[in-house]
Design a protein around this ligand. Structure first.
Ligand SMILES: NC(=O)C1=CN([C@@H]2O[C@H](COP(=O)(O)OP(=O)(O)OC[C@H]3O[C@@H](n4cnc5c(N)ncnc54)[C@H](O)[C@@H]3O)[C@@H](O)[C@H]2O)C=CC1
Ligand SMILES: O=C(O)[C@H](O)CS(=O)(=O)O
Length: 479
C-alpha cells in the first residue's frame, strides 16, 4: 500500500478512545496469501469494557441535539471523501476487490453517512388526538441504546456505515466487530470518526475471535440492539444468543437471487445486467445473481453473448488497473466454488466459457449451461464468479424455480411486457426486485430480505427506525 496518510492503517482495537495494539492474530492479503498485518484478539473482558464505554458515552451522545449529531456525521462523511483513495487501498489490500470497485464501495459507504446525517434532523415524533378530555398524547422517538454491530468481509466499509450511521444519527452508541478477515477498513473509519469529533466511547471497534466477542455482546443486557450482516447460519445463531435479553435485531443474511430473462427482454440490457449482478465483487455479494433463468426462445443468443463477456473478464490482483475479478477471500471460499462447479458438471452441466489456468487465490469465472434444480448451486449460495444457466419455457415455471428456495433477498428479471412486469414482480418472494436492472443497492432505498434472508431494512427512511424506540407519552391532568 502507498498510503498518503499512514495513520489510517491501524493494527489496534478501539475501546473508549484508547487504541489497543497487540499482535495476537495475523490478517492475510487474499491476493498473495501473505501476512498484511496483525490485530488484537480481544477478550471477553475487553468486550465488556467496550460495552461499558458505550453505555457511559450514551448519556452525552443522546443529549446532543439532532442537528449536532447531523453536523458530526457530515464531518465524518467529508473526511471519508477526503481520504477515499487511502480507504480504497486498505480495502483492496484486506478484501481483494479491484481498486476501482473498492473506491466505489467507499463512496457507497459514505453515502449512508450523508443520508443519515440528513435523516437525523427528521426524527420527528407526532402528537395524537386524545380520545378523552384533559389529556395530550405524544409519540416520541428515542434511541434504542447501546448497539452491537457485526459485519462481513465482503463489504468491509459499507456494511459498517450502513449500520453505524443510522445508529449514531438516532443517538445510539456502538460496539463494532468487523470480520476477522477484514478489520482494517473498520479501524480506518474509527480514526476518521475521532478526527470528525465524535466523542470517545461512542464508537468502539473490537477485533479477534468472533465467537468470544459475539458471545459477550449477545449475552449483555446493556446491549439493546444487534445489527448483523452475514450468513444465515451465523445470523440464526446470534438471534438465539440474543433471545434471553430480547434485543432489537436487524439481520441481513444470505441470498440465492434468481436472474430471469424472458423472450421479450432487451438482450444487450439483460446481458449487461447479468454481468453487473453476477460478477460485482467477484460474485461475493449477498444480492448477486446465483441462478440465471433464461426462456428458451432467447436462450442461445443470451448464452453466447454472456459467455463472450465472461471470457473477456480480467482475473488478477485488485491493485492491477485492468483487473475486473480479484482473488476470493480465502481457500474455503475457493473450495466451495469448486465444489459447486464440479457437482454441476457431474450432473450434466457444461462449460460455455474458456477455462483459465489460475493460481490458488483465484476462482475461474465460468458460465455453465444445462443447470438444473438438482444441482447444489441451485439451492446453495455459491458466493463466487459462477453463472449457471437454467432454461425455462413458461412464466409459471420460472416463478416456481425463483421462489423455490428458503431465501428471499433479491431477484432480477428482464421483460418489456409491462403487464408481466407488475404481475411477476409482485409474485416474487423477496425484499429487493430489479426489473431491467442488475443494481438494487442505494442508500435511498430500503435494503433487506424475507424468509431466511433476514429481518429488518437498512438505508432509506426505514433504516433509522431500526435504531429507535417509540414512547407513548400520555400527558394528563389538563382539564
Ligand atoms: N444479506 C446481506 O446483506 C449479506 C449477507 N452475507 C452473507 O454472509 C456470507 C458471507 O459473509 P461471511 O462474512 O463469510 O459470513 P459469516 O456469517 O461467516 O460472518 C459474518 C460476520 O459474523 C462473524 N461471526 C462468525 N461467527 C460468529 C459467531 N459465532 N459469533 C459472532 N460473530 C460471528 C464473522 O466474524 C463476521 O464478522 C454469505 O452467506 C453471504 O450471503 C454477506 C454480506 C451481506
Ligand atoms: O454485503 C453485501 O453483499 C451487501 O449487502 C450487498 S450491497 O448492499 O453492497 O449490494
Amino acid at each position: 500500500m502507498q498510503l498518503t496518510d499512514k495513520e489510517l492503517f491501524r493494527e489496534a482495537a478501539l475501546i473508549d478512545g484508547d487504541w489497543i495494539a497487540r499482535a495476537d492474530m495475523d490478517v492475510i492479503n487474499p491476493a498473495t496469501s501473505t501476512v498484511l498485518g496483525t490485530m488484537p484478539d480481544c477478550t471477553a473482558a475487553e468486550t465488556e469494557a467496550a460495552i461499558a464505554a458505550a453505555e457511559t458515552a450514551m448519556v452525552g451522545w443522546k443529549a446532543r441535539t439532532h442537528a449536532e449529531r447531523a453536523d458530526l456525521l457530515m464531518a465524518w462523511y467529508d473526511l471519508m471523501l477526503e481520504h477515499a483513495d487511502d480507504l480504497a487501498q486498505i480495502l483492496t489490500a484486506e478484501q481483494g476487490k479491484p481498486l476501482a470497485e473498492a473506491k466505489g464501495e467507499i463512496l457507497y459507504g459514505a453515502s449512508f453517512v450523508r443520508w443519515f446525517a440528513e435523516e437525523a434532523r427528521r426524527i420527528n415524533g407526532h402528537i395524537i388526538p386524545s380520545p378523552v378530555k384533559g389529556k395530550k398524547i405524544f409519540a416520541m422517538k428515542e434511541p434504542v441504546g447501546v448497539c452491537a454491530i457485526i459485519t462481513p468481509w465482503n463489504f468491509p466499509n459499507a456494511m459498517i456505515t450502513r449500520k453505524v450511521a443510522p445508529g449514531l444519527a438516532a443517538g445510539c452508541t456502538m460496539v463494532i466487530k468487523p470480520s476477522d478477515f477484514t478489520p482494517y477498513s473498520a479501524l480506518a473509519l474509527g480514526v476518521l470518526a475521532e478526527r470528525a469529533g465524535i466523542p470517545k466511547g461512542v464508537l468502539n471497534i473490537l477485533t479477534g475471535r468472533p465467537e468470544v466477542i459475539g458471545a459477550t455482546l449477545t449475552a449483555s443486557p446493556t446491549v439493546r440492539k444487534l445489527s448483523f450482516t452475514g450468513s444465515t447460519r451465523v445470523g440464526a445463531l446470534l438471534a438465539e444468543q440474543c433471545a434471553p435479553t430480547l434485543k432489537k435485531m436487524s439481520l441481513e443474511l444470505g441470498g440465492n437471487a434468481p436472474f430471469i430473462v424472458f423472450d421479450d427482454a432487451d438482450l444487450d440490457a439483460a446481458v449487461e445486467g447479468a454481468m453487473v449482478s453476477k460478477f460485482r465483487n467477484g460474485g461475493q455479494t449477498c444480492v448477486c445473481a446465483n441462478r440465471i433463468l433464461v426462456q428458451s426462445g432467447i436462450h442461445d443468443a443470451f448464452v453466447a453473448a454472456l459467455a463472450a463477456k465472461v471470457d473477456a473478464l480480467r482475473v488478477g490482483p485488485g491493485t492491477e488497473a485492468d483487473t475486473t475479478i480479484g482473488p476470493m477471500i480465502n481457500a474455503a471460499a475457493i473450495a466451495k466454488i469448486t465444489t459447486h462447479i464440479e457437482d454441476a458438471l457431474s450432473k450434466g452441466a457444461e462449460r460455455a466459457t474458456v477455462a483459465r489456468n489460475l493460481t490458488e487465490q483465484y476462482a475461474d469465472p465460468v458460465v455453465l449451461t444445462g443447470a438444473t434444480t438438482e444441482m447444489r448451486l441451485a439451492s446453495e449460495e455459491t458466493f463466487g464468479p459462477v453463472a449457471p444457466i437454467f432454461k425455462f419455457e413458461t412464466e409459471e415455471e420460472a416463478l416456481a424455480i425463483a421462489n423455490g428456495t428458503p431465501f428471499g433477498l433479491a431477484a432480477y428479471f428482464y421483460t418489456t411486457n409491462m403487464a408481466r412486469a407488475f404481475r411477476f414482480g409482485e409474485a416474487l418472494e423477496v425484499g429487493l426486485v430489479g426489473l431491467n436492472t442488475g443494481a438494487v443497492s442505494h442508500a435511498e432505498a430500503p435494503f433487506g430480505g424475507v424468509k431466511s434472508s433476514g429481518l429488518g431494512r437498512e438505508g432509506a427512511q426505514e433504516g433509522i427506525e431500526e435504531y429507535l424506540e417509540t414512547k407513548a407519552f400520555h400527558f394528563g391532568g389538563l382539564d
